[in-house]
Design a protein around this ligand. Structure first.
Ligand SMILES: NC(=O)c1ccc[n+]([C@@H]2O[C@H](COP(=O)([O-])OP(=O)(O)OC[C@H]3O[C@@H](n4cnc5c(N)ncnc54)[C@H](OP(=O)(O)O)[C@@H]3O)[C@@H](O)[C@H]2O)c1
Length: 261
């Protein structure tokens, strides 16, 4: 895909996988709309990418977990006279711990951000892309979406939703010249585990954000409905589809079980 003369909107661009998407796509010549809550981080990234690559980089600071945030973002993008050619729904977070102990407001935010806003943005921009018979949407799911995960039950369920939605929309999008991809990273070296409160869980080795983004862009180019980053992650995720359900749940539980004491 030629990324020049295109505008990519990235949610959760202030760090981790989102910031890596921003750097990689700027290097390929795409203009950017960077969205997250941390305005200072977004401004610093935008300034760096403008000066390095001569691209246009717009910053929109927004808390996407509040109700109606998706519509608000679409309106703001429109007000600035910008057209979105590529949408990367990357913003998301996880919560670690059993649901009975969880803060209900935090769980609500998790579902709003990982599911509701992603759906609103996908709905809005799929339409405008279809009208142009061109465009691409990358929705960041997770290997957590392939099986239920005790201690991260809501997070895994949100990612199962993202995976299912995106694979179905891959088919619908094809009828209108729009590519849709579900990106499923496994454990990746970002702030994710600190924010989820699960840094001490036995998540195994982590892939780099660069590896994840390269995997996504290769899969988008190849027109795949979904992609799992990393050979080891692919084996585990695909294996979980064939193993007995009780075993799959038990293995997932063990992988993120909180340390005692
Ligand atoms: N790291 C992993 O192991 C892993 C594995 C599988 C899937 N994923 C998925 O990958 C995506 C990116 O995560 P990451 O690993 O890069 O984590 P990260 O380093 O914590 O980055 C998360 C990004 O989302 C933004 N964000 C969080 N809450 C937000 C809100 N309410 N409104 C707007 N933006 C918000 C954050 O920016 P602000 O704090 O500035 O708002 C940040 O830019 C997520 O969807 C995650 O579920 C991660």
């Amino acid at each position: 895909m030629d990324y020049r003369q295109r505008t990519t909107l990235i949610t959760g661009a202030s760090g981790g996988i989102g910031a890596e998407f921003a750097k990689t796509l700027a290097d390929k010549g795409s203009d950017l709309i960077l969205v997250a809550r941390s305005e200072d981080k977004l401004e610093a990234l935008a300034a760096d990418l403008r000066s390095r690559h001569g691209i246009r980089a717009e910053v929109i600071a927004a808390d996407l977990s509040v109700p109606g945030a998706g519509d608000g973002l679409v309106t703001e993008v429109g007000k600035r006279g910008l057209d979105v050619d590529i949408l990367i729904n990357n913003a998301g977070f996880g919560t670690h711990g059993d649901l009975i102990d969880a803060d209900p407001a935090r769980i609500r935010d998790e579902v709003s951000l990982n599911v509701a806003v992603l759906t609103d943005l996908t709905t809005a921009y799929l339409k405008t892309m279809a009208a142009k018979q061109s465009g691409a949407i990358i929705n960041v799911a997770s290997t957590a979406g392939f099986q239920p995960v005790p201690h991260m039950a809501v997070y895994a369920a949100t990612k199962a939703y993202v995976l299912s939605l995106s694979e179905a929309l891959w088919w619908e999008g094809k009828q209108h010249g729009v590519k849709v991809l579900a990106l499923c990273p496994g454990a990746t070296d970002t702030e994710f585990f600190d924010i989820a409160g699960s840094d001490d869980a036995a998540v195994g080795s982590r892939r780099s954000t660069r590896q994840v983004v390269d995997t996504a862009l290769d899969a988008l180019e190849a027109g795949k409905p979904s992609v799992i980053d990393g050979a080891q992650n692919r084996i585990s995720a695909i294996g979980s589809r064939f193993a007995p359900r009780r075993l799959v749940i038990a293995i997932a539980e063990r992988a993120v079980r909180p340390k005692k004491g």
